[in-house]
Design a protein around this ligand. Structure first.
Ligand SMILES: [Zn+2]
Ligand SMILES: [Zn+2]
Length: 188
């Protein structure tokens, strides 16, 4: 009765493996989209270069992959079928914008920091023993925190990477401190 929609393209789709994080192009062959289902059938298996054969549930469709799909299947809503890469990131509080630490326009966490700066901040928090604010130290017992701190310092050095003692990157929070110094104090 209801004919399946068949897309006679050999489709090369860009996926991200959920297991190992590899990005790869995969030739899925001819795609059939049954009218009765919202899941397309691929002629060929999805093969991760690292993990081998994997199922549709084990891959993310990358942005590139999504546009590859919509090119051959207009209006195709990939979100229904695949876990979207973006959604996973959003779940962690990521969004796009300008990083507070390095001014790079990229994906940011809820503090407005890119992944790299977020890592720097976290290490700085540990260096300063601000355990409560550190994601890395979260859930680490009091005795083990010092060991964690030593490990961080051993690997990345003792110097602060992002938090500047001179109030540079964190303007918003620390601005008020200097307000009381009088301008005229150096004049005679
Ligand atoms: Zn893999
Ligand atoms: Zn940054």
């Amino acid at each position: 009765m209801i004919a399946d929609l068949i897309y006679e393209h050999d489709m090369l789709i860009n996926f991200e493996c959920q297991k190992c994080g590899a990005l790869f192009d995969c030739d899925v062959g001819i795609v059939t989209l049954p009218e009765t289902s919202d899941k397309p059938n691929f002629e060929k298996e999805i093969i991760c270069p690292q993990c081998g054969k994997i199922s549709m549930d084990e891959v993310f469709l990358t942005e590139l992959g999504q546009s590859q799909f919509t090119e051959v299947i207009p209006g195709f809503d990939a979100d229904d079928i695949f876990d979207s890469e973006d959604e996973e990131l959003k779940a962690f509080g990521f969004y796009e914008g300008e990083c507070q630490g390095c001014d790079l326009f990229t994906r940011l966490n809820d503090l407005g920091l890119c992944e790299e700066c977020a890592g720097k901040l976290d290490r700085d928090l540990i260096r300063q023993r601000d355990w409560d604010y550190s994601a890395l130290a979260f859930g680490v017992s009091a005795e083990k925190r010092e060991a964690l701190r030593n490990e961080i310092i051993g690997r990345y050095g003792e110097k602060l990477e992002l938090i500047s003692p001179k109030e540079e990157p964190q303007r918003k929070r620390k601005k008020k401190r200097r307000g009381k110094r009088k301008k005229s104090s150096r004049k005679r």
